[in-house]
Design a protein around this ligand. Structure first.
Ligand SMILES: [Cu+2]
Length: 201
């Protein structure tokens, strides 16, 4: 029995040594072979992962914040656009000022017209063998009315024959309109000493 156990022990020991020897060889082989492999793999994987992550993370994060601030300013402009639009709408009031400027020009225009269209009616009274007033000034288009207030009959006769009346009894009137400018003298043919003048401007 003892011999068998010793034999087995020796056999076990021998097997163990053999196993150990083989293990050392494997480890040695494995150590020499795997060493370069992981290094190559690490070198291959490390650069591949590093650039990928760096390139992906950097550009992705950068554009996102950049895109967000861009829309903000874009929304702001519309608000600013509305503000100026209202300002422009409020500007119309200034236009009245421009209207006020031409107003004076229009005011200056009216003055000229009035002089011509100012025909009036002038009256001449015949009394005490005289035309009163002896000289009357009127504008073109004006009418002169003679009224005999004297106790004697009279008439009104233009020196140039432009106008003339019949014999005017007390209370009678005669009128004529002067359509052109000039100085018109007249007299009473019944009493040649009676003279008068009408000035038309
Ligand atoms: Cu007379």
């Amino acid at each position: 029995m003892f011999r068998k156990r010793a034999f087995y022990l020796c056999l076990f020991a021998a097997l163990s040594l053999a196993v150990l020897a083989c293990g050392d060889d494997d480890k040695t082989d494995a150590a020499s072979t795997p060493t370069p492999t992981p290094e190559v793999q690490r070198a291959t994987t490390t650069p591949t992962v590093a650039p990928t992550l760096t390139a992906t993370a950097t550009p992705t994060a950068a554009p996102t914040p950049t895109a967000t601030p861009t829309p903000a300013p874009t929304q702001a402009p519309p608000v600013a656009t509305q503000a100026p639009t209202q300002a422009v709408v409020q500007q119309p009031p200034p236009q009245p000022q421009a209207t006020q400027a031409p107003a004076p020009v229009v005011t200056q225009a009216p003055p000229p017209p009035p002089p011509p269209p100012a025909p009036t009616t002038a009256s001449v009274t015949i009394d005490n063998l005289a035309f009163l007033p002896g000289s009357v000034t009127v504008t073109v288009g004006s009418t002169v009315v003679w009224r005999n207030g004297d106790q004697f009959p009279h008439d009104v006769t233009a020196d140039g024959g432009g106008f003339g009346s019949n014999t005017l009894q007390r209370g009678d009137t005669f009128s004529t309109t002067f359509s052109s400018a000039g100085t018109f003298t007249y007299m009473c043919t019944i009493h040649p000493s009676m003279h008068g003048t009408i000035v038309v401007n």
